[in-house]
Design a protein around this ligand. Structure first.
Ligand code: URP
Ligand code: ZN
Ligand code: ZN
Length: 479
């Protein structure tokens, strides 16, 4: 029988294998992988190319309504589902998992309905939502969360910092308890809020208000302490925990220790922590705001520690933490042209550059092999967030979400080649090797030769199954 699409002559890479084979797609799914497939209504010649599972970016912020009390009051995200998913697709990513945020005083169910409206008719890739819990009221914990988890939102995030979103340890335990009962996986932003506030007050008093003071107010021990506390809380409540955006060796050591005790803790890092350092925040004037994210980029030693974590398997997922604020008065500099670092919106863009950066710095430089690249950028996210085996792999029956990748193509990253709506990239001028040429989602070509083919709105919402973190083994709680 003829296939709808045949990808011929490529090298297929999964998290476990590298195989030269043809691939046949029917009805949006992978229907055959064989030495030779002849009949296809459409044929893509992948000779000399890698055929990768489309990337899954499971940490990105799109069209996220701002919390009323946030420091960078009114800063607006430049990307919603349309431009965010287009940018992701051009970078070889075919599934995105942004965050639906509940603000204090709001119903989580209403926040989810609102986020569905924001996504409706916009996305070119498939998408799921993590839920951010900022107000764990008895109704949220007892009724809303269990119902939403059963509707396919099986990953929940909490914050230990940011005035508008931070939860107390007790509140975190409450959310963890519900997650345990409903078999959801927890994500946490781990930084010690009290220390940050104390240091930031002192820096401001000394007149140190430039972007680099953002890094001074959030040194590595701030993250180390919070990571230690977060894994302890998860251990007490008995839930698997993802520590997002790990920035250096000290928090990673806390994660290693927890894993050695047998606890299920998963570490994520992001391109900015491998490539940027605190010196990027020292650019003249306010330019350093372009590299301001939390935790902040550190130093070469932290970067080396993260690479060791990637190499030894402690870091299992690699996501962008795309937080799309323009460097203008709607975005980072909403509080004025020369604000204190405390009033600058946190976060940097990176949906489109995530895969090329890890390929170039990891695979081309010999730090990781191809299967590990696929595991970090797609398969592990799919398993962890309940999307596998439909997403994140190349196997008969899986969705035909693929990136036909040119491993030799050299590119210089500049903002004008990217498709997000942000007016800068922190990776401006960086040389990379490896770029996607054709990107396929559920058997449809969505990007080809730097042209958008897929229509915004074709992307579908994905209800998540339970996380693999719950399936690997029994997790015990202290009560
Ligand atoms: O600075 C960051 N990381 N901004 C995005 C929000 C978050 O904390 O993940
Ligand atoms: Zn965060
Ligand atoms: Zn984030």
């Amino acid at each position: 029988m003829t296939f709808d699409l045949v990808i011929r002559g490529g090298t297929i890479v999964t998290a476990s294998d590298v195989t030269k084979a043809d691939l046949g797609v029917r009805n949006g799914r992978i229907a055959a992988i064989a030495e030779h497939i002849s009949e296809g209504n459409m044929v893509i010649d992948a000779g000399g190319r890698l055929v990768l599972p489309g990337g899954i970016d499971a940490h990105c912020h799109l069209d996220q309504p701002q919390a009323p009390g946030l420091a960078a009051k009114g800063a607006k995200m430049a990307d919603g589902f349309r431009s965010g998913s287009i940018s992701a697709a051009f970078g070889g990513t075919t599934t995105i998992v942004p965050f639906c945020v509940q603000h204090r005083g709001e119903s989580l169910t209403a926040a989810v309905a609102d986020y569905h409206r924001r996504a409706e008719g916009q996305s070119v890739t498939d998408y799921a939502f993590h839920l951010i819990v900022s107000d764990p009221t008895p109704a949220v914990l007892g009724q809303e969360l269990p119902a939403l988890i059963r509707r396919g939102h099986t990953s929940l995030k909490v914050y230990m910092t940011y005035d508008a979103m931070q939860l107390s340890d007790r509140q975190i335990l409450d959310v963890f308890e519900t997650a345990r009962q409903e078999k959801a996986v927890m994500l946490i932003h781990a930084e010690n809020h009290e220390i940050i506030g104390w240091l930031a007050d002192r820096l401001e008093c000394q007149g140190r208000t430039k972007p680099v003071a953002h890094a001074t107010s959030r040194p590595l021990p701030v993250e180390r302490e919070a990571t230690h506390r977060a894994v302890t809380l998860a251990e007490i409540a008995g839930v698997p925990l993802v520590i997002v955006h790990v920035s250096g060796g000290e928090p990673l050591e806390e994660i290693r220790r927890a894993r050695a005790r047998g606890h299920v803790v998963i570490a994520e890092t992001c391109p900015q922590y491998l490539l940027l350092t605190e010196s990027d925040l020292e650019m003249p004037g306010m330019l350093g705001a372009k590299a301001m994210c939390s935790p902040p980029p550190r130093d070469r030693e932290a970067q080396a520690a993260l690479w060791r974590g990637i190499e030894d398997g402690t870091i299992e997922i690699f996501n962008s933490d795309h937080a799309p604020y323009c460097f203008d008065t709607d975005g980072k500099l909403k509080a004025g042209p020369n604000p204190s670092f405390r009033a600058v919106a946190n976060g940097i863009p990176g949906l489109e550059t995530r895969l090329p950066i890890l390929f170039s710095e990891g695979v081309v430089k010999g730090r990781i092999d191809l299967p590990r690249f696929v595991a970090l950028t797609a398969t592990n996210n799919a398993k962890l967030y309940g999307l596998h085996p439909r997403k994140g792999t190349i196997a008969v029956g899986a969705d035909a979400d693929l990136a036909v990748w040119n491993p030799e193509k050299r590119m210089t990253i500049t903002n004008d080649i990217l498709h997000h709506n942000v007016d800068y990239t922190p990776f401006e001028g960086m040389e990379v090797q490896g770029w996607p040429e054709t990107v396929v989602s559920r058997g449809q070509v969505i990007v080809q030769d730097n042209k958008l083919i897929g229509k915004p709105g074709r992307g579908r919402f994905l209800a998540q199954d339970s996380s693999s973190a719950w399936k690997t083994r029994e997790i015990s709680a202290w009560i």
